[in-house]
Design a protein. Structure first.
Length: 136
């Protein structure tokens, strides 16, 4: 019996299973918590705020902001034009060009041509955008 025990112990390496026992998991969680806590403290600290400010002043962040602001502004202008045109009756809401379903969405291929609209239902609008993404 004793011989068999020694045989098993020598043949089977249990270390990979022992590595992640409960005690170790707890210390890992504790370490993560401690890390998060220190990050939170760092962000609240003066040094942390300086880093955050440096990031906000960075060229990358500014470029990102400008890019998105322009896009948003563009869209807002276009949608206002579409809305005005709808109200005045120069633009009539149409059916989906693919399936002829009512309540189509006004899709713009080019926001520089605000009244060139492709009317698509929710489903075909989704499909159209999916296709556009694939083509890019
Ligand atoms: Zn449709
Ligand atoms: Zn669209």
């Amino acid at each position: 019996m004793h011989g068999l025990k020694i045989y098993l112990e020598s043949k089977i390496d249990l270390s990979p299973y022992i590595k992640y026992n409960k005690g170790d998991m707890q210390t890992k969680e504790e370490k993560l918590l401690k890390h998060r806590e220190s990050q939170r403290k760092y962000k609240a600290s003066i040094a942390g705020k300086k880093t955050e400010n440096r990031y906000r002043k960075s060229k990358y962040y500014q470029a990102y902001r400008i890019r998105h602001a322009n896009k948003l502004k563009e869209h807002r202008v276009v949608w206002k034009l579409v809305d005005t045109a709808k109200r005045s009756g120069t633009l009539l809401k149409k059916r989906c060009e693919v399936c002829n379903k009512k309540d189509a969405i006004a899709h713009h291929d080019d926001y520089n041509k605000p009244l060139e609209i492709r009317w698509l239902c929710r489903y075909h609008h989704y499909l159209y955008h999916k296709k556009l993404k694939e083509l890019r």
